[in-house]
Design a binder for this molecule. Structure first.
Ligand SMILES: [Zn+2]
Length: 296
């Protein structure tokens, strides 16, 4: 399963986004109002008797969707797969003033929490230690989806750090933003794709793009949130019913779904480890994955 054709790429997912299985459980859910507003311009609305409906009951209406749960690999995901245009609307100017004030409107308290996101996240130090226990210090790093580079692990250890990102934010000192063409002209010891795949409609496709930028000696470090519901109810058949709302993270990965995603993209798994981290305002767990290209 290394070709994109295994995934239909439909607007509403028809198969698992990790293993392409069609054995999916589904349950009604909503897209959170901030996301619906930012990408579609939809507001939550109260349907009242004034609307004059005959068959529709009054009440609040939000942007409806389904939660899908793959019974083969365990991933839980939003059935709506955003287009490139919608992703741009969501992530261009990520966490800038316009983004923050709109989100504060729907989610009071967000602006305060957003302060924890400025500067380098304190948990990165632990990830660097995790990496250096397993791989040699890299000379050249590519951070795929690394925003400004502020949270790139091993930033100060590497001689060169490149970032590829759609956010269009200016990179920090010492980090160079690169295009897909520039990536092809470089060879990297370490490629990082951290806190990205949970936002991406078809993670298999982005992994294939990353694989094409890897040499036989490149190590790939993937990191995704190991969400609380996935840890607490791992293996439970009713995970779709436990996930009733969708926000920025449109994919909730199980450990097995990450294994299948990696293997399906032509990668060999070196290690997969849940790592507890501190986000500043709460602790969380991430799934850390190390892999390399399958040698033929
Ligand atoms: Zn699956």
């Amino acid at each position: 399963m290394t070709k994109r054709e295994h995934f239909s790429g439909e607007r509403v997912a028809q198969e698992c986004i990790c293993c392409a299985s069609k054995k999916l459980n589904r349950s009604s859910a909503i897209v959170m109002p901030f996301i619906a507003k930012r990408i579609w311009g939809y507001d939550p609305v109260e349907i009242t008797a004034d609307w004059g409906f005959r068959d529709i009951k009054p009440g609040f209406a939000y942007s409806l969707c389904n939660s899908l749960h793959c019974l083969n690999c365990g991933v839980v995901f939003l059935d709506i797969r955003f287009t490139d245009r919608e992703l741009s609307l969501l992530y261009e100017g990520y966490r800038d003033d316009t983004y923050t004030s709109l989100r504060e409107l729907f989610e009071p308290g967000y602006a305060e929490k957003n302060k924890f996101f400025s500067g380098r996240a304190p948990y990165i130090e632990g990830i660097e230690a995790f990496l250096l226990e397993r791989i040699p210090a890299p000379n050249k790093i590519l951070d795929w989806g690394g925003d400004t580079g502020v949270n790139t692990p091993l930033l100060t250890k590497a001689k060169e750090v490149h970032v590829f990102d759609i956010s269009g934010m200016a990179t920090i000192d010492g980090v160079k933003a690169v295009s897909l063409d520039e990536i092809k002209q470089n060879q990297y010891d370490l490629i990082i794709c951290s806190q990205v795949l949970e936002h991406i409609p078809y993670p298999h496709n982005i992994l294939q793009d990353i694989v094409s930028a890897m040499s036989d000696s490149t190590i790939l470090y993937l990191e995704v949130p190991y969400e609380e519901v996935m840890r607490e109810f791992a293996g439970s058949p009713d995970l779709a019913q436990r996930k009733r709302h969708w926000h920025e993270h449109i994919n909730f990965f199980s450990l097995d779904s990450m294994r299948k995603l990696v293997e399906g993209a032509g990668l060999e798994l070196i290690e997969i480890v849940p790592n507890e981290i501190s986000l500043g305002w709460r602790t969380a767990v991430v799934t850390s994955v190390l892999c390399r290209k399958v040698r033929v």
